[in-house]
Design a protein around this ligand. Sequence first.
Ligand code: SAM
Length: 450
Amino acid sequence: MNPARRVAFDVLRAVDESDAYANLLLPQELRRAGLSSADAALATELTYGTLRRRGTYDAIIEHASGRSVDAIDPPVRDALRLGVHQLLATRVASHAAVNESVELVRRSGAANAAGFANAVLRRIARDNPGDWLQRVADAARSDDERLGLRYAHPVWVIRAFRRALAAEGRADELEELLAADNVSPAVTMTALPGLADIPADAARTPYSPVGFRLGGGDPEPLVRAAGGRVRVQDEGSQLAALALARVRPVRAGERWLDLCAAPGGKTAVLAAEALAGDARVEANELSPARAKLVRTSVAGVPLDVPVSEEDGRVRAGRGVYDRILVDAPCTGLGALRRRPEARWRKTPADVPDLSDLQRGLLTAAVDALAPDGVVAYVTCSPHLAETAAVVADLRRTRDDLVELDARAVLRSVSRGELDLPDQQDGSGRAQLWPHRHGTDAMSITLLQKR
Ligand SMILES: C[S@@+](CC[C@H](N)C(=O)[O-])C[C@H]1O[C@@H](n2cnc3c(N)ncnc32)[C@H](O)[C@@H]1O
């Protein structure tokens, strides 16, 4: 058995059985198995590809087997998904894809299902990917379901994306967005402003003035050598932190708070900017385990950043602040490129509770602002219920807030020209997108206290 398939299968099982996150578990498993770089690349492709396209593969398995995937033993189902991915989306030879998947079924203790798995995969191997897609699409009940099968996204996510794009008059970009979610993003790095330099030979990021791209390879040695002053960070996250730090010149003695800080990527950028402007930064994170990550994250910045471990809805009111970042817990629908299983794990039922929490955090933050203070409300989701609606609800209930033009602020921060169309609700919100900007789909709103 090829070790790459074994590792991919083990990660698929952990994602299914214990809600593991593939992007965190896979690197550990690759190290543990000591795979060559070629096998590690294969294992990564198999794991990510299978998890991303799960919905489509399940529809194909149901068609070929005549059974609901819910009625198939979970280890057998994962071996089938892995097999279908190899048959329909890779250049792995059919016999190897079938035989090794059947072997995984045997080794997982389901030897009695080996014949079933063999028959289903042989059936799928007989036709090409286009025919299978057509066959399951023909059975779809709506255009959105067809899009969902084609691009492997749940229908509710497709609808949320369409509404968010339509809110800026760009609903016609939907398919580009769905396609972009199925491509692993290039690794982008931040050189903390004033503390590290962008390597002279590195390709700069098009928008963030503190970002660059690695040619390839493992970024860890570079991060370690720079004492944490160079770090992996999505370009959209860099821009979100800079939007708050550079919304206006920093006055010495300003007090800043990062209310939902872990793992602390944006805290580090804020701390570096605060250090240069002689401001102070505090951070907060509800989860004590995750608060440790924030402390590690700011360790490379020579500024004392106290990190509290409280519910942000209470914590914000313990001080008065000139700038507050509310990088709220959210569905994460803007980061589907990096979390391959996430699209199948979240449900529409998650949204109302998150919106309530987001409203609570944002309200506590604006209450804690000094006069003229600014809150950046940021989500890594473009879902309007988590972005525009949260801000609109808050603004309806109070008249002490002015919304700043976040798009103009981002343009002033950006190196290159940013395509940020007006929001049709007239708000100043900025929405970044994977297909348009190559970033996660971060939403950024800036509110100032009168
Ligand atoms: C989107 S993440 C923040 C990412 C971070 N700003 C960064 O750039 O690295 C949201 C964080 O909020 C935390 N969180 C969830 N509920 C919270 C609450 N009620 N108060 C404070 N933090 C909370 C989560 O544990 C999570 O670490």
